[in-house]
Design a protein around this ligand. Structure first.
Ligand SMILES: [Mn+2]
Length: 313
């Protein structure tokens, strides 16, 4: 076992109460790596209390639900934060109540807030790192549900195994999971599920997206539009991938009004680094998938101008 895995393993052995946290606005990888890690600890130690805290997302509900956790529990538990780059983006602010935080993540390590930090930027999903951790345990054990959660995390964070961080290890990981008993087809079917409302809204996005001078494709979505089509905020946000694939437009963006004076930008790219531009607006993320929160649609135009500059170059 490599040293850092051993260190984390020792900490898990030492602590009988463990809480797993993730990042705000859950995605497949944070729920997947949280449930996966929880299932590892649960299967290996029947006497430990392990709880996972994450935001409930409808499209991920097949993986399981978050646990109810009291404030006090945070004070005397070992916290393992998965898939979260910075402490201020934790899904659960009560993480600050603990002085024992381990960080497991695959985002740029700008805030090594754990007393142990297992961070590998070269992995396409945090779930991949959790699976590696499992394989490094002497007598590993995990439920099939846990494996399926980890597999979901890898599939969602890698754009179904299509993004740049996907490498042979990723495919071997999935292959190994299939050998270990996951129902791969079931996961794909769950992830493909769509409502009729979403389908109609997809039609709206496909026929109403706009374009900047140098080819950034984008769509602005207001609460009014979502209400008209009867889709949720998250269902609308997921439409960002519909704007991908146009050769002349390697950057695309979706602006979604979350609340009054709060517009969330999802920005994606193919081969062009966008996270540094997003950081200038107070956002961040991966080289090809980043986000920003701004307070007006006018500010979105400033973001679009900056992205347009990237294509101009
Ligand atoms: Mn992730």
């Amino acid at each position: 076992m490599t040293n850092i895995y051993k260190q984390i393993f020792k900490e898990i052995e030492k602590n009988d109460k463990i809480i797993i946290t993730t990042h705000i606005r859950a995605d497949g990888d944070c729920v997947g790596s949280a449930i996966g890690l929880k299932e590892i600890i649960k299967s290996m130690y029947k006497n430990k209390t392990v709880k996972a805290s994450f935001e409930n997302m409808k499209f991920l509900s097949f993986l399981g639900s978050p646990d109810k956790i009291e404030d006090d529990e945070f004070k005397n538990s070992l916290i393992i934060s998965v898939d979260n780059a910075t402490l201020d983006r934790s899904n659960d602010p009560r993480i600050q109540l603990s002085n024992k935080i381990i960080k497991i993540d695959h985002h740029p390590n700008k805030d090594p807030f754990g007393y142990i930090n297992l961070v590998d930027e070269n992995r396409c999903a945090c779930s991949e790192i959790v699976f590696d951790f499992l394989l490094n345990i002497k007598n590993p054990s995990i439920s099939v549900d846990g494996l399926e959660a980890l597999c979901t995390g890898i599939l969602t964070d890698s754009g179904r195994l299509s993004y740049s961080h996907v490498d042979s290890r990723t495919f071997m990981t999935i292959a190994k999971m299939i050998d270990m008993g996951i129902d791969y087809q079931k996961i794909i079917n769950h992830l493909d599920e769509i409502t009729k409302e979403e389908l109609r809204f997809k039609g709206y996005v496909l026929s109403n997206f706009e374009e900047t001078e140098n080819g950034v494709l984008y769509i602005k979505i207001t609460k009014e539009m979502r209400d008209k089509y009867n889709v949720s905020y998250d269902e609308a946000s997921n439409m960002v991938s519909e704007l991908s694939g146009v050769k002349e437009s390697p950057i695309w963006a979706l602006f979604n009004e979350a609340h009054e004076n709060e517009i969330r930008c999802r920005i994606r790219s193919n081969g062009i680094k966008i996270n540094e531009t997003c950081e200038k607006f107070g956002g961040g993320g991966h080289e090809n998938a980043s986000g920003i929160v701004v307070d007006s649609f006018e500010k979105c135009d400033e973001v679009l101008n900056a992205l347009d500059e990237l294509l101009k170059k």
